[in-house]
Design a protein around this ligand. Structure first.
Ligand code: PEP
Ligand code: MN
Length: 345
């Protein structure tokens, strides 16, 4: 069987409420999304809450509402979060079409292992959010465990990372982490959840576009008929109407590279080779300097000289229109390598 989350028509859209709050709201949001040809509906049934006392989802009762609605709208497919083996069994019993593993679960290999045991032999599609911490191996490991349990349709969902300073996001996007996952697992469909990254309705649109600019395959967005009354994640949910507008305004990229791009990429490749040649040469000279220092009984690290080099490079960078922070970071890295090489002498 092929991967259900691999579509030729990009992006794959999954939308729906953070939590399924009542049969009426589920029907209302599903009707609105179906009319925009979104046929994957998300909805939380068991809600992981950071602190006690909040709404924790309607559980099995909400699964019954899904089953009833599927009779009325058989073209729709529903996905729910599972965190425990009994969640998997209940979702299967009520005909849920796909499952997702939440961020808190993915970070725990014991929990993932237990879920995999109940997934064995089921063939239900599974979406895997990133763990709370920016640990690519942990994310990859959860996906590999699910692959080993025999599931064919798997996709990853990037929902950002929980950090002490999130710079205005609810969960910091750290885009390099999903990009690294893509490098390691190039055939795996990669979706983005802009709602949990942004945490604010007004950030969702720009995050959706950033994800497409970075070549994500799809989006999972929290959509609620009246976000201000939502029982969970009220600040980040958007109305079906706003979702429709944001989707209509998305710039979806084509992938047939124009010849101009190919030429520019050849230039970049050639510049990159020159950069590596220069770095290799620089380190060669640095090794010779180490010998001279040793002969003259001088210390490897010369702070005065290093401060002068850095200041000169920063002035030069500014004249050339380069970001001084970038050049500083780059030079510090080069200098560290140079010191390391000299110490090995
Ligand atoms: C959710 O999708 O509602 C959710 C709880 O997500 P996450 O696991 O990304 O926090
Ligand atoms: Mn949510």
């Amino acid at each position: 069987m092929s991967n259900l989350f691999k579509t030729s028509t990009t992006p794959l859209l999954i939308a729906g409420p953070c939590s399924i709050e009542s049969p009426e709201m589920l029907r209302q949001v599903a009707l609105a999304l179906a009319s925009m040809k979104v046929d994957w509906i998300r909805g939380g049934v068991w809600k992981p809450r950071t602190r006690p006392g909040g709404f924790e989802g309607h559980g099995e009762e909400a699964l019954r509402w899904i089953r009833d609605l599927k009779k009325e709208m058989p073209q729709l497919r529903f996905c729910c979060e599972v965190a425990r083996p009994e969640h998997v069994e209940l979702c299967l019993r009520y005909g849920v079409d796909a499952l997702w593993l939440g961020s808190r679960t993915v970070g725990n290999p014991f929990s993932v292992g237990e879920l995999c045991a109940s997934l064995q032999g089921t063939h239900i599609p599974v979406l895997v959010k990133n763990p709370m911490t920016p640990d690519v191996a942990l994310w990859q490991g959860a996906i590999e465990r699910i692959e080993r349990s025999g599931i064919e349709s798997i996709a990853a969902i990037h929902r950002g990372f929980s950090m002490f300073n999130n710079l205005g996001y609810r969960n910091h996007p750290l885009w390099e982490i999903p990009m690294e996952l893509r490098r390691r697992m190039p055939d795996l469909p990669l979706l983005c959840d802009p709602s949990h990254i942004g945490g604010k309705d007004n950030l969702v649109g720009e995050l959706m576009q950033t994800a497409l600019d970075l070549h994500f395959d799809g989006l999972m967005v929290e959509v609620h008929p009246s976000p201000s009354c939502a029982l969970t994640d009220s600040a980040q949910q958007i109305t079906p109407e706003l979702f429709l507008t944001l989707v209509a305004n998305l710039k979806v990229h084509q992938d047939n590279n124009p010849s101009e791009l190919q030429l520019l990429r050849q230039q970049i490749d050639s510049i990159d080779s020159q950069l590596l040649d220069l770095l290799a040469n620089r380190l060669k000279v640095s090794r010779t300097i180490a010998e001279v220092k040793a002969e003259n009984n001088m210390a490897v690290y010369q702070p005065k000289r290093w401060t002068e080099v850095l200041q000169r490079k920063l002035r030069q960078a500014e004249e050339m229109g380069l970001d001084p922070d970038f050049v500083k970071e780059l030079y510090e890295r080069i200098h560290t390598e140079s010191v390391k090489v000299q110490l090995q002498k």
